[in-house]
Write a protein that binds this ligand. Structure first.
Ligand code: SF4
Ligand code: SF4
Length: 180
């Protein structure tokens, strides 16, 4: 019969030897591949002792920013929540009271601000949508947790430390030079 393609191969019907029936050639071939990798450079990074360099465009955990006087920048306008394709952001707005001018920059502020990190796809659209430079994605990633509630980050986890009272914490949270 004429072959349909030139790549067809005749199947060998040769009976297997004892070594082949014991899979010895296959085992030695596999071991050879394994041993050849011992002398190659390991691509594995031993995290957390070793940390890899972040890409300049890496987007990690969110930080809620303060202004140069240490006041929260967010005015609870909701634009970040509208822009978020994962519907991960929720907030509750509140009116700034007299005497709170040193805490909040605008007359309205986010009394509650939450991001569900299990929904978030770290696209950065919230950062782009914010007209107040109040939110950005840092170079930190969400640590592991034992329950789902632990991945809902509130203001206590996201508001950047006050530059006046905690300059070290502020610099650490600020992280990436692209945000300085
Ligand atoms: S990074 Fe994207 S998915 Fe995550 S909260 Fe911001 S807009 Fe939503
Ligand atoms: S983070 Fe920005 S966009 Fe989101 S509510 Fe606050 S001010 Fe508006």
């Amino acid at each position: 019969m004429e072959a349909l393609t030139s790549r067809s191969v005749q199947v060998s019907r040769k009976p297997m030897s004892l070594a082949e029936r014991l899979f010895l050639p296959a085992i030695f071939k596999g071991m050879g591949i394994t041993f050849s990798h011992i002398f190659k450079k390991q691509p594995t990074i031993r995290y957390p002792e070793q940390k890899r360099e972040f890409s300049p465009v890496f987007r990690g955990l969110h930080v809620l920013n303060r202004d140069e006087e240490g006041r929260e920048r967010c005015t609870a306008c909701g634009l970040c929540a509208v822009a978020c394709p994962a519907e991960a952001i929720t907030m509750e707005a509140a009116e700034r009271l007299p005497g709170e001018e040193h805490l909040y920059r605008e007359e309205k502020y986010a009394a509650k601000y939450e991001i569900n990190m299990l929904r978030c796809i770290f696209c950065g659209l919230c950062e782009e949508a914010c007209p107040k430079d109040a939110i950005y994605l840092s170079e930190t990633f969400a640590p592991a947790n034992y329950n789902r509630k632990g991945f809902i980050y509130g203001k206590d986890e996201m508001v950047i430390p006050n530059v006046k009272t905690d300059p070290e914490g502020y610099a650490k949270a600020k992280g990436s030079p692209r945000n300085n």
